[in-house]
Design a protein around this ligand. Structure first.
Ligand code: FAD
Length: 324
């Protein structure tokens, strides 16, 4: 018997979000007996259709309507729930992005189904039940959750799986026209305000070298040295959650359990203690260099090179040397 997996494909400025591609690739490779379907909500499909080439989808459902150009959580919840009710997938997945985190609980509530949020692994058991794994107890344990409601519903953290292109390109495109409730379109139309914090321009998580700063840098001004130093060595900047919470860096560059998972060749951690929730995001880094004044900080134990020193001094010295 063939089961359906449906993946909500999130787009941003007509570009498919990386996490959506990662989920499709994982489902294609691991959910052997499943028909892998995607659903995209858009005002205009032709501009993004090319991106679905070799993505690994058997079927793409397109919900196209000019009113759905901008993400609107109530309207998106409504149209996606209608599709799920109609095609009855056995598994439904989406990225744990900012929009996904807003959308998923609403869909779960509307359809009265369970939701396993922020997963780092997904497998199917022999009965095609979803085994959804996610960190629990603040990252100290991994829990595998089996949902008893259908579809088995989970959101997936970006970077948990690898994106892959497939040789076959035989995706069937099906247009789906849900009923539109105008009322929903008036809800949650919030303006997105520009932040003064530097936003990453491209996908930094793929960078071979990542330079991350934490509270040990002591100030937002000092955190600026992370940007300078990374620029000089062709690396990408990142931050601990504590630094993000103080407004020194954008949440987009937070590494860890509630941020991004990264797998660079070199991860340089400056003034970061190495809490479990931070380490869970760098488990796949090949080499870790830690610079910390406290030799007993947890990060010093897991680092390949642990340097006991003042991070601000080290950054200033390196920047001076590299700039001259
Ligand atoms: C549910 C949950 C989810 C979380 N998710 C994340 C997450 O995704 N990412 C994350 O990072 N955290 C996360 N956290 C927070 C995490 O537990 C830590 O609080 C956080 O990582 C600490 O950040 P930090 O290392 O920058 O700060 P601190 O823990 O305060 O460490 C600062 C370090 O700097 C060192 N230091 C001080 N002065 C200097 C100096 N001059 N030079 C060099 N070193 C110096 C200190 O010795 C210390 O080791 C989460 C927590 C919870 C409960």
């Amino acid at each position: 018997m063939k089961f359906n997996t449906l993946v909500y494909i999130e787009t941003n400025n007509n570009t498919i979000e990386k996490v959506s591609k990662e989920i499709i690739a994982h489902a294609r490779q691991c959910f052997k007996d499943n028909e892998i379907c995607g659903v995209v909500v858009t005002d205009e499909i032709t501009t993004i259709l090319e991106q679905f080439k070799n993505a690994g989808l058997d079927k793409l459902f397109v919900i196209q309507n000019p009113l759905l150009k901008k993400f609107n959580v109530s309207a998106y919840c409504d149209v996606l729930s209608q599709l799920i009710n109609d095609i009855k997938p056995s598994v439904f997945l989406m990225g744990a992005t900012a929009n996904g985190r807003e959308l998923a609980p609403r869909i779960a509530s509307k359809l009265e189904i369970g939701l396993t949020a922020d997963c780092t692994d997904l497998q199917l058991d022999e009965n095609s039940n979803l085994l959804a794994t996610r960190p629990t107890y603040g990252g100290k344990m991994m829990a595998t959750i089996i949902s008893k409601t259908t579809p088995n519903f989970a959101t997936v953290r970006q970077g948990a799986f690898k994106h892959k292109q497939f040789d076959v390109n035989n995706t069937e495109v099906c247009f789906y026209t849900p009923e539109m409730s105008c009322l929903n379109l008036f809800l949650s139309q919030l303006e997105v305000l520009k932040t003064e914090i530097k936003e990453p321009k491209e996908d930094w998580t793929e960078s071979e070298i990542i330079v991350a700063g934490g509270l040990g840098l002591k100030s937002k001004e000092n955190f600026g040295l992370i940007y300078k130093f990374s620029d000089l060595i062709g690396a990408k900047p990142a931050a601990s959650r504590a630094a993000v919470e103080l407004g020194w860096a954008s949440h987009d560059i937070q590494v860890g359990q509630t941020g991004k998972s990264v797998a660079p060749k070199l991860y340089i951690a400056l003034g970061i203690s190495g809490a479990l929730q931070h380490i869970s995001g760098i488990n796949n880094a090949q080499k870790i260099v830690a610079i910390n004044t406290d030799n007993n900080a947890p990060i010093m134990n897991i680092a390949d090179f642990a340097i006991q020193s003042d991070a601000v001094d080290v950054l200033n010295n390196l920047i001076n040397k590299l700039s001259n």
